[in-house]
Design a protein around this ligand. Structure first.
Ligand code: FE
Length: 365
């Protein structure tokens, strides 16, 4: 009886073991079919060869569409983390070499310079990027690359101001413009970069004089973003605003009827055409210092600098392409061609601290 019991137990154990075997075979077999286990397996493969992780402060639909295109063309999966430029830089810093991020994208050469100074980026040698992106729109050490270009211009009320009255940024400091100018706060990086460019072009003393003159001619204390400056002009609070071109495009093409009207009622004027050129800035990208998917990261930035992506940036977001083989959108063309400041955008970051000091000295809030 005992013997039978032992045999029975052995048979039972064997059966259980076999069932285990069968079920594990089943699991293996299932990896080919699209259940959870299969997806996990795919995810692991992606981590090994086929993904790129992007930290970006740009939050436009056009960008999402481009990432999808890149995925289709290359099979490389694009994982995106969106956030404010500063927050993402803090995060990169905190994560150190444990970071997942391969690419950092943000607006303003000043921000990109900060990322470089904080040693968050690495040097990238790429013939494609060197060919697609003009030298002055790239970091001198090839740590960041401009992807879109924006001009910081004078926007005026079409009814009260004639473009013949306008000429240069400097002319807005004349007494005739007293209480007629609006521009956002000096805490905004676009303004830091604008002043940084003037420090490079005209020297510190004259740049400070300019900032003082604008602060003196302001129609109100700075408030709101670039769009709010155009709104103040159309509302009659001021006659001219200093702001970025693409916001006019964004307002014209957007769903907000009121903003559309504002954009239709202002003119775009490119200052300093007879002298030093209109101030331009960029949004751009770099490969993070601790990128795990370095090759894919470079491929990704190369793709964004290519003709297809550049055309879409211009069309969907009213930004100027950096790639000179690509034509700007019809709207951008309607504003006309213009002469740009002839400086390497690296100086925008290099002069940033000095620009902040000047703003404080002259009381530009
Ligand atoms: Fe902006």
């Amino acid at each position: 009886m005992k013997k039978f019991h032992v045999i029975f137990s052995l048979v039972l154990a064997l059966m259980l073991a076999l069932t285990g075997c069968v079920s594990s075979t089943n699991n293996n077999g299932n990896t080919a079919s699209p259940n959870n286990e299969g997806n996990n397996e795919e995810a692991t493969n992606e981590q090994e060869s086929g993904e790129v992780n992007v930290y970006t402060s740009r939050h436009y639909e056009a960008d999402q569409m481009l990432y999808k295109k890149f995925e289709e063309e290359t099979g490389i999966k694009v994982n995106v983390v969106e956030g404010k430029g500063e927050e993402l830089m803090e995060r990169l810093n905190r994560e150190g070499d444990a970071t997942n991020a391969d690419v950092f994208i943000t607006a303003d050469a000043g921000n990109l310079h900060q990322a470089k100074e904080a040693e968050l980026l690495q040097v990238v040698e790429s013939d494609v990027l060197a060919e697609n992106i003009p030298e002055k729109l790239r970091d001198v050490d090839n740590q960041w690359f401009g992807l879109t270009k924006r001009a910081r211009v004078i926007v005026y009320d079409k009814e009260r101001v004639s473009p013949e009255e306008l000429s240069t940024y400097e002319a807005l400091t004349e007494p005739e413009w007293k209480d007629r100018v609006v521009v956002r706060s000096s805490e905004n990086m676009y303004n830091m970069s604008l002043l940084a460019s003037f420090i490079d072009i005209m020297g510190r003393d004259q740049a400070k004089e300019w900032a003082q003159g604008i602060a003196d001619n302001m129609a109100r204390d700075p408030e709101g973003g670039d769009r709010d400056q155009a709104k103040a002009v159309v509302a009659g609070e001021a006659d001219v605003a200093i702001m970025n071109t693409y916001y006019i495009g964004v307002m014209l093409n957007g769903a907000d009827e009121e903003e559309k009207k504002v954009a239709e009622n202002v003119g775009v004027f490119f200052p300093n055409q007879e002298t030093t050129g209109t101030h331009i800035n960029i949004s751009g990208a770099g490969v993070t210092k601790h990128a795990k998917n370095q090759e894919n990261a470079i491929k990704f930035i190369e793709f964004l600098s290519g003709e297809e992506a550049q055309g879409q940036f211009a069309e969907a977001n009213s930004e100027y392409p950096v790639n000179e083989n690509v034509e700007p959108s019809e709207l951008l063309k309607s504003w006309g061609e213009f002469k740009e400041q002839d400086i390497n955008l690296s100086v925008l970051g290099e002069n940033q601290q000095d620009a902040i000091r000047i703003f404080n000295e002259v009381g530009w809030k």
